[in-house]
Unconditional design. Structure first.
Length: 73
C-alpha cells in the first residue's frame, strides 16, 4: 500500500484540489494497493489534505470486501 501526491492542473476545479502541507503540493493524492506480483487491487483518489491514516483505513476496507481470501496485509 502506498500513496502518491499529484499536482492538479489549472483546469481542475479548485474545490476538488487542496494544498498538502507535508509534500507542499496543491492537488490530490492517489492511494494504491498491489499484490505480490505488482498487480493493482484497489485505487482511491482523494483531496491532498486527507490524512494517510483515514484514507488507508478506507482503502483496506475496500480490499477486505473485494478480496476476502486475502490473508496478510
Amino acid at each position: 500500500m502506498d500513496f502518491q501526491p499529484i499536482k492538479a492542473d489549472a483546469v481542475v476545479r479548485s474545490d476538488s484540489r487542496v494544498f498538502d502541507g507535508g509534500k507542499l503540493i496543491d492537488g490530490r493524492k492517489r492511494y494504491v494497493v498491489v499484490d505480490t506480483l505488482g498487480l493493482l487491487l484497489p485505487v482511491t483518489v482523494t483531496a491532498a489534505d486527507v490524512g494517510d491514516r483515514a484514507a488507508g483505513q478506507v482503502l483496506l476496507a475496500q480490499v477486505a470486501a473485494a478480496h476476502h481470501l486475502l490473508a496478510l496485509v
